[in-house]
Design a protein around this ligand. Structure first.
Ligand code: 5GP
Length: 202
């Protein structure tokens, strides 16, 4: 059995990451999703324990200080963190785990999990990103401006990722994402005994 991979996706808000993640999880149900903790309030339709673990500020800081998180970051004025336990379980059980985290968190994981695969999803332009955020209608004007400011800074970070996908056409972007995922699962290092087994004809 091959080892599980850590598949990390980052994108500025509004790049279409959630839609792409939903498509990937539908096609690959065995790909587990790392449910983050956050101090931000739930959006309409979001469910505690499914989309995020929604925590108050103090609880988040206590967990952070107890090293409960594999990484954590302050994003758009709220705290977000990845619980460490599912990452450990993934490594032990050979499960693939999908992370939806910002560039600061991804940079931390790059240090602790250098074998992880990092994918950055970009909008076709910043103008289009702003249009999508406004159409989505879930954020205040202040939040939109902050998300746009963060997006400009995040774009520079995309250089050190393993793959960049421009989401100008959902079907094409999804094709690229699934190809990237499948390619990542084929790395020889994930399956060190494969050749030996093939040689042995087992
Ligand atoms: P949203 O509030 O729109 O769900 O997410 C805002 C940003 O926080 C997104 O860029 C998302 O990838 C990031 N994010 C979500 N969970 C985590 C996490 O556990 N750690 C980090 N560093 N970022 C996260």
């Amino acid at each position: 059995m091959r080892k599980g991979i850590a598949f990390v996706l980052s994108a500025p808000s509004g790049a279409g990451k959630s839609t792409l993640i939903a498509l990937l999880r539908k096609e690959f149900p065995a790909l587990s999703y790392s449910i983050s903790c956050t101090t931000r309030a739930p959006r309409e339709g979001e469910v505690d324990g499914r989309d995020y673990h929604f925590l108050d500020h103090d609880t988040f800081l206590i967990r952070r200080d107890q090293n409960y998180f594999a990484e954590w970051a302050e994003v758009h004025g709220n705290f977000y963190g990845t619980p460490l336990a599912p990452c450990r379980a993934m490594q032990e059980k050979g499960l693939d785990l999908l992370f939806d985290i910002d560039v600061q968190g991804a940079a931390q994981l790059k240090l602790t999990m250098p074998e992880a695969h990092f994918v950055f999803i970009l909008p076709p332009s910043l103008g289009e990103l702003e249009r999508r955020l406004r159409t989505r209608g879930t954020d205040t004007e202040e939040a939109i401006l902050q998300r746009m400011q963060n997006a400009r800074a995040e774009l520079d970070e995309s250089r050190w990722y393993d793959a960049i996908i421009v989401n100008d056409n959902l079907e094409k972007a999804y094709d690229e994402l699934r190809a990237t995922y499948l390619t990542a699962t084929l790395a020889p290092a994930l399956n060190p005994d494969l050749v030996k087994r093939i040689r042995g004809g087992l």
